[in-house]
Design a protein around this ligand. Structure first.
Ligand code: 13P
Length: 284
């Protein structure tokens, strides 16, 4: 049985002064690939579900997803954790916890600071009373599509507020804004590593880096050493999925039903090849 809490994976990462990697998954192809490669490389891993992929795109639901991840996790020996990514909807979060998510993110990053702290505490109190953990966000990690987000220091996490925010909310980990953004970057991001160091010195709460697709490896290595214990990757990973489907459709096309049935294997192979390389970044 390898299904564990996110805090257990983050503890293992912290012990080795590195980061665990958390992948945005949407279905069996993604979940199975992540967990199989984690077992192959003997590295703990975190599977994440992004609510937008359920609400907007109808890929799955927390209720369908959690048992699938648990079943796959039970087949391997490495620790596997399950996390609900960005949600600002308390009812949705409660539903995910009921469905078996032992970790959820409450994202109040677009709210005024006091409101973010107040809401995060409410969610953390509820989650803790129900055996779950909470990742918060302090500062605001924006979107790479809004070019200014990644370089807008007004959105960055302020080291001097980190300790008070973490102590007051009781969050179990905190996502920090230090120069990354979600989605494909049009300009190579430059992480504010001095700021990260100062945040890490200010609080003992594990730090999370979002917007992991496209950050150069040398910056990631430094960020992991300076306190990042959880690193989120989505766009790149799902991009591999999409490119593989496009390539496969272009190659085989037609209306033979075996074409669609045979597609899962090449998709999983491509995802696994990507994961083997990406996961070597984590020295967990
Ligand atoms: P990317 O999609 O940019 O890799 O970011 C993923 C993420 O941070 C999920 O929370």
């Amino acid at each position: 049985m390898a299904f564990v809490k996110v805090s257990e994976v983050l503890r293992l990462a912290d012990e080795k002064n590195t980061s665990a990697i958390a992948f945005n998954c949407v279905d069996f192809n993604t979940v199975h690939s992540v967990i199989s490669v984690a077992e192959e490389l003997q590295k703990p891993v975190i599977v994440m579900l992004y609510p937008g992929h359920c609400i907007d795109n109808n890929w799955t639901t927390p209720q369908a997803f959690a048992p699938m991840v648990k079943a796959e996790a039970e087949k391997v020996k490495v620790p596997v954790a399950l996390h609900l990514d960005h949600s600002s909807d308390f009812e949705y979060i409660k539903g995910a916890i009921d469905a078996g998510f032992l970790s959820v993110m409450y994202d109040g990053s677009t709210l005024p600071a006091e409101e973010n702290a107040k809401n995060t505490k409410l969610v953390a109190d509820y989650a803790h009373a129900h055996g779950a953990e909470v990742e918060a966000e302090l500062g605001c990690v924006g979107f790479a599509a809004n070019e200014s987000d990644q370089s807008n220091e007004d959105m960055y996490t302020k080291p001097e507020t980190a300790k008070q925010f973490c102590d007051m909310t009781g969050c179990d980990s905190v996502a920090v804004a230090i120069g990354s953004a979600h989605g494909y970057y049009s300009k190579t991001p430059k992480l504010d590593l001095d700021r990260l160091k100062a945040i890490n010195e200010a609080t003992d709460t594990p730090l999370v880096l979002h917007g992991g697709s496209g950050i150069p490896n040398d910056q990631l290595e430094k960020a992991f050493k300076l306190g990042i214990n959880k690193f989120n990757v989505g766009t790149e990973f799902l991009g591999v999925y999409f490119k593989t489907v496009c390539k496969y459709a272009a190659q085989f096309g037609g209306d033979d039903k075996h074409i669609i049935l045979d597609m899962a294997i090449p998709v999983q192979e491509a995802l696994k090849a990507y994961l083997r390389e990406k996961m070597t970044l984590s020295h967990i």
